[in-house]
Design a protein around this ligand. Structure first.
Ligand SMILES: Cc1cc2nc3c(=O)[nH]c(=O)nc-3n(C[C@H](O)[C@H](O)[C@H](O)COP(=O)(O)OP(=O)(O)OC[C@H]3O[C@@H](n4cnc5c(N)ncnc54)[C@H](O)[C@@H]3O)c2cc1C
Length: 232
């Protein structure tokens, strides 16, 4: 950036969250800029598995968000399914003991009341859904709403679909403020981006970006691993 750029909103972070924010902000007619210190999906998004699960969530705000997310992804899939490797394959949660199955069914009953599709599966039907399961399991619950995308592709596709201006390789070093404290954009190591709104989509680094606006945000990192294997 040779001179400051002006837009309606600056999204800090080109991961899955920043990409989605950029898309939906742009759809409301806002002029959006996305800035990331690395490439698109260079943060946690590039390491994630992309499961969009309702099966693992108990009734409450997180499940409500997951259900909303599932509906939004189904809409997006109408246009972008192949590009984001959207797979509406469903999920199966198995129980190895009768006690475990009873607990699973209690959990599923509460989920059903919150709008989740949760279908009981008897032991003799399990292998129809997943032929490679171990023998002797007690039963399962099938969750048709569980889906999966390829997160790095999904972030890239959504950023592109947003039409936002993209500044990779730009580190946000400061949140610009007016005298009255209102946000005026961000300073990067390669120039300023002026906007009346800044979205902190810096993921696990959200605490550092918030601190640059003088805000205490208790976001902490948590380690996760994906091990890619193949059937023996
Ligand atoms: C092994 C593993 C498996 C996972 N599986 C799943 C799953 O199946 N389903 C699921 O929903 N979630 C899963 N997750 C979690 C999911 O990947 C993350 O919650 C998600 O990717 C976070 O996206 P984000 O956009 O918030 O953050 P990020 O993808 O980390 O994006 C933040 C971006 O901000 C940028 N940034 C930070 N500081 C600055 C700065 N000062 N200036 C400019 N840019 C900056 C970073 O470079 C980064 O690109 C998994 C995570 C891991 C590690």
């Amino acid at each position: 950036m040779s001179k400051p750029l002006t837009c309606d909103v600056v999204v800090v972070g080109a991961g899955m969250v920043g990409a989605a924010c950029a898309l939906y902000a742009a759809r409301t007619g806002l002029d959006v800029a996305v800035v990331d210190r690395g490439p698109v999906a260079g943060g946690t998004t590039g390491a994630g598995e992309g499961n969009l699960l309702v099966s693992d969530k108990e009734p409450g705000p997180e499940l409500d968000l997951a259900l909303l997310s599932g509906r939004l992804w189904a809409d997006l899939a109408e246009e972008h399914a192949a590009a984001v490797e959207y797979e509406a394959k469903g999920g199966v949660v198995v129980a190895s003991t009768p006690d475990g199955l009873a607990a699973l069914e209690t959990f599923a009953t509460a989920q059903r009341a919150a709008g989740v599709l949760a279908e009981p599966v008897t032991a003799d039907r399990l292998h129809d859904l997943e032929p490679h399961l171990a023998p002797g399991l007690a039963g399962a619950v099938h969750y048709p709403q569980d889906t999966q995308v390829m997160p790095a592709l999904a972030a890239a596709r959504l950023v592109r679909a947003s039409g936002a201006r993209l500044f990779t390789g730009h580190t946000v070093t400061e949140v610009l403020r007016a005298r009255d404290g209102s946000v005026r954009g961000v300073r990067t190591d390669r120039g300023d981006l002026h906007a009346p709104a800044v979205v902190n989509a810096a993921g696990t680094w959200g605490r550092e970006v918030a601190a640059r606006a003088g805000v205490g945000l208790p976001v902490l990192p948590r380690r996760g691993f994906v091990l890619v294997t193949e059937p023996l």
